[in-house]
Design a protein around this ligand. Structure first.
Ligand code: ADP
Ligand SMILES: Cc1cn([C@H]2C[C@H](O)[C@@H](COP(=O)(O)O)O2)c(=O)[nH]c1=O
Length: 217
């Protein structure tokens, strides 16, 4: 039986790497797949992993219809055994419904990968629908860590190094490299407590270096 799989984790938890590995393993056994993504950091129609692997992909925009694409391919004599869908948090709710229909009506496996929540801690519409519809939901085994050492569960956005909780939901970007000058927009994974307190690594460092207040008595 075909299934709709949803693999989720914070940013930088290895989702795109797993997407490429999943494709590799299925293709190595002679199965025929299609790879989809949207707004990958590496550019249009690319699926990229921070481990350096990249693969060409079909770019999904809001008007793309998975059901129509698959049915058209099959009726033209093409073969599809599985779909790899990266950055699925950005897909529309309707597109996730189309993926579920592809699984149920055409017996094609769908492997979707994406983050659950945005920088404000709200569910992305695509991820919310995947949680509602997926046959299997898997949280990635490789844990991204907060600067404090706890498991990171939340994605924070920074603007010029300062954590923000307001702004456009979609802003493509990467996790901050602590050795570099803060980017205009960047992301940092945090545990819930430090997301709530807006305590990023840089702010925690600044606070710990601040001089002790004088003891007035
Ligand atoms: N230089 C490196 N050496 C080993 N592992 C790395 C290196 N750089 C990144 N990684 C691994 O790659 C993961 C990010 O992979 P990626 O597939 O790009 O994540 P995601 O798609 O979830 O954002 C990191 O959590 C880390 O485990
Ligand atoms: C939290 C959050 C993230 N994004 C963007 C930033 C990246 O381009 C992708 C996530 O990619 P990854 O492969 O999981 O690292 O999503 C966003 O647009 N809005 C957000 O709130």
């Amino acid at each position: 039986m075909a299934e709709l799989h949803f693999f989720t984790g914070t940013m930088d938890s290895g989702k795109s790497t797993l997407a490429l590995q999943t494709n590799h393993n299925h293709a190595a056994r002679g199965r025929v797949g299609r790879i989809f993504t949207t707004r990958d950091r590496a550019g249009e129609a690319m699926l990229s992993s921070r481990l350096g692997l990249t693969h060409e992909a079909i770019e999904v925009d809001d008007t793309f219809d998975f059901w129509t694409y698959v049915v058209r391919t099959l009726t033209q004599g093409g073969r599809i055994d599985y779909l790899i869908c990266d950055e699925a948090q950005f897909y529309t709710s309707d597109q996730i419904d189309q993926l579920a229909k592809v699984v149920d009506e055409l017996q094609i496996d769908v492997f979707a990968f994406g983050i659950l929540t945005d920088f404000r801690t709200a569910l992305f519409p695509g991820s919310a629908r995947l949680v509602e519809l997926a046959d299997r939901m898997n949280v990635l085994q490789v844990e991204a860590l907060c600067w404090c050492g706890k498991r990171a569960t939340h994605n924070a956005r920074t603007e010029n190094g300062v954590m923000v909780v307001e702004g456009d939901v979609i802003v493509v970007g990467d996790v901050e490299n602590p050795d570099e000058t803060p980017a205009e927009v960047a992301y940092e994974v945090l545990c819930r407590q430090h997301h709530r307190r807006r305590l990023t690594a840089a702010r925690a460092k600044a606070v710990s270096l601040a001089p002790e207040p004088l003891p007035f008595g």
